[in-house]
Ligand binder design. Structure first.
Ligand code: NAD
Ligand code: 89V
Length: 343
């Protein structure tokens, strides 16, 4: 294999997408995999033809022979594995949620900084084609200066069948899905100074909250609402689309269900189809997410080769992760949280 050699830890539900995408990425490929569950190790190893297989990450690092590690385990193991990568001077990608707490996330960023290795969080939603199209329209000045936004993900999709652990945690929608929506809000309207949140659990069969409404004060003076729900039945299920409304000094942008982008300004209204590609290995409705997995992996390789900072570096993701913690604190305490004071 030519190009960068990667190792993947965690061969579960989502890693299948990551492995497919690595096959398409230009300039890198996976040469070793690790999972403590022998069944998952065999399934992924056989499906993707990976001969080097490990049940223990320490043993894989000890054998070496790879240029980066892609950590696709659930959050409980992220800190230990990122710190292991730093000790072994191996650049690391870590799935979201980055860490259990902001303190852990800070320690992980510091470990990689001190070791001089790159760290990127696999925060892929901002890489979705429709989200990139909104950002491009804003950058082109289509609506002047945005002063208000809404970032909305409301669904009744059964995420628990593929990811049963989502029903079991004390925290659910903000930590798992809202984290993406908050990151999109930051990506589109900039960093956040204050946050107010309200949460609810509607589905009695899960432990955590499945509805959250979050008000963001952005540092540039814009205000936005991030609203997420897995308790919303609609005539046409929108999973996994994030819908966006932006009002600016010169016009408006609407990202509507079915991947339509509508821009209204002094020149009238233009409508575009910004649907993601259906990659050869992808399947609806996940193709939007699957395409963004390919995009973030390609970005990882391109920036690593250039020695440049990643869009969702560990340091960048601290600012998204702080919003998750702030949202839980705000909902628990019924007050607005000063986000700048957390960073
Ligand atoms: P999963 O439970 O299906 O898979 C995790 C795998 O990691 C399991 O096979 C487990 O045995 C293995 N594992 C855990 N700790 C390990 C360790 N220390 N060493 C070796 N193997 C270990 O989980 P999943 O649904 O695939 O989710 C994985 C991560 O991906 C989560 O953090 C989740 O939030 C995230 N995720 C991200 C997206 C996205 O779009 N970015 C989508 C779904 C899931
Ligand atoms: O993207 C995610 O992290 C997933 C899902 C879209 C199901 O919430 O867990």
């Amino acid at each position: 294999m030519t190009g960068l050699k990667g190792a993947l830890i965690g061969c579960g539900f989502f890693a299948i997408n990551q492995m497919h995408a690595w096959k398409d990425v230009d300039g890198a490929g996976i040469v070793a995999i690790c999972d403590r569950d022998p069944e998952r190790l065999k399934i992924v190893g056989d499906q993707f033809g990976i001969v080097r297989r490990y049940s223990d990450a320490e043993a894989m690092f000890a054998d070496g022979g790879f240029d980066f590690v892609d950590i696709a385990t659930t959050v409980q193991s992220h800190r230990a594995l990122v710190e292991m990568a730093a000790r072994n001077k191996v650049p690391a990608i870590c799935q979201k949620p980055f860490a259990k707490t902001l303190a852990d996330a800070r320690a992980m960023v510091e470990a990689c900084r001190a070791a001089g290795v790159a760290l990127m969080v696999h925060e892929n939603f901002r890489w979705q084609t429709p989200i990139q199209a909104v950002r491009k329209a804003l950058d082109a000045g289509a609506i002047g200066t945005p002063f208000w936004g809404r970032f909305s993900f409301r669904s009744g999709y059964d995420v628990f069948s593929g990811q049963p652990y989502l029903a079991e945690g004390e925290r659910f929608i903000i930590e798992d899905l809202g984290i993406h929506t908050l990151d999109i809000a930051r990506y589109i309207l900039g960093d956040v100074s204050g946050l107010t949140a309200r949460t609810k659990r509607v589905n009695p069969r899960i432990r955590g909250e499945d509805v959250a409404t979050i008000l963001l004060d952005h540092e540039n003076g814009a205000t936005s609402v991030v609203d997420v729900s897995y308790a919303t039945r609609l005539p046409k299920e929108p999973f996994p689309e994030t819908l966006i409304e932006l009002d600016g000094s010169e016009g408006t942008i609407r990202l509507t269900q079915g991947y339509g982008l509508e821009i209204t300004n002094g020149r009238g209204t233009t409508r575009m189809d910004v649907a993601p590609k259906l990659l050869s290995w992808a399947s609806r409705p996940w193709h939007n997410i699957q395409e963004s997995v390919f995009a973030i992996e390609q970005h990882w390789v391109d920036q690593l080769k250039r020695g440049a900072e990643h869009s969702t570096s560990g340091a960048d993701n601290l600012k998204t992760f702080a919003l998750v913690e702030a949202a839980y604190d705000s909902a628990a305490q019924g007050r607005t949280i000063d986000v700048r004071a957390m960073l």
